[in-house]
Design a protein around this ligand. Structure first.
Ligand code: FES
Length: 283
């Protein structure tokens, strides 16, 4: 096993934790998981201790130390989903696939995992399949969901679809990264913000694919609602002066890694968005 093709190894040595995550992401995307041999080689090349590397690899849910199946089924057993029947859903998936949580089917089609919260508690019980959220799942729906997963959910082809591409963003006030690798939407680490509308306050996860409008939130947001978004680190409201060209609501600005600003409309359901890279390019 060689890491020669892993371009971020050098970066891991130079920029610490963030660089290490980038290296792990590259290894995961090359092999589909993090083979022990590759982690040992990474430790050797970067001078980081293996314990350190395992600590990061096991902290983030997006990483796996075991080979994963073609489709990843995550059944939420967080409190909200638990009280609405999450355990029965997990049992039904387990029964139909004939695997325990944490295991992969012998044909390597499915990996089943149970998780603590997927950030969409109002929609529980929730299953996420390959980055697609299935809300308010009942045991009778499990068979159909697995069939849909086998047939291929309408996954966004990042490599070939020019209309969508992943971006990494940070807070426009404190510049802290808003990316969260512990949750995936569209198969990508999410943008995590805190949201507020009416008397509801909670977590909101946005797809980091520019051109995708998939979101998951702690509370169901009625269409047309204006949502205020806040940085989860400095708690400042993400707000600028610009108005949406589609509906006139205020835009929510975020800094794009590599240079520039992305702005999304604060109205639920509106697809107004602007990406101004200021002449810079995204890696
Ligand atoms: S508890 Fe299931 S999404 Fe939060």
């Amino acid at each position: 096993m060689s890491l020669d093709g892993i371009s971020k190894v050098q970066e891991a040595n130079q920029v610490g934790h963030g660089g290490l995550i980038s290296s792990l992401e590259e290894i995961q995307s090359k092999y589909g998981y993090l083979p022990e041999e590759a982690l040992r080689e990474l430790a050797e090349k970067t001078g980081r201790s293996l314990v350190d590397i395992y600590g990061v690899a096991t902290f983030y849910r997006a990483f796996s130390l075991k080979p994963r199946g073609k489709h990843l089924i995550s059944v939420c057993l967080g409190t909200a989903c638990h009280v609405r029947g999450g355990p029965a859903i997990a049992e039904e998936v387990s029964r139909q696939l004939n695997v325990k949580p944490g295991d992969t089917t012998s044909d390597r089609e499915f990996t089943l995992e149970t998780v603590n919260c997927l950030g969409a508690c109002a929609l529980g019980p929730v299953i996420v399949v390959d980055g697609h959220y299935f809300p308010k799942v009942k045991t009778l729906m499990v068979k159909e969901i697995l069939e849909k997963a086998s047939a291929g959910l309408d996954l966004v082809e990042i490599e070939t679809d020019q209309r969508v591409f992943p971006i990494e963003v940070s807070c426009s006030r404190c510049n802290h990264s808003l990316m969260d690798s512990r949750h995936l939407i569209d198969g990508q680490p999410v943008i995590r913000v805190t949201m507020s509308f009416g008397n509801r306050h909670g977590r909101m996860l946005l797809s980091s694919l520019y051109g995708s409008y998939n979101v998951a939130s702690e509370y169901e947001i009625p269409p047309d609602t204006i949502v205020q978004m806040f940085c989860p680190h400095c708690h400042a409201e993400l707000i600028g002066g610009a108005k949406c060209g589609e509906c006139g609501a205020l835009m929510v600005p975020m800094i794009v890694r590599g240079g520039g600003v992305v702005q999304i409309c604060s109205r639920r359901g509106c697809k107004g968005h602007i990406l101004d890279l200021g002449g810079a390019t995204i890696d």
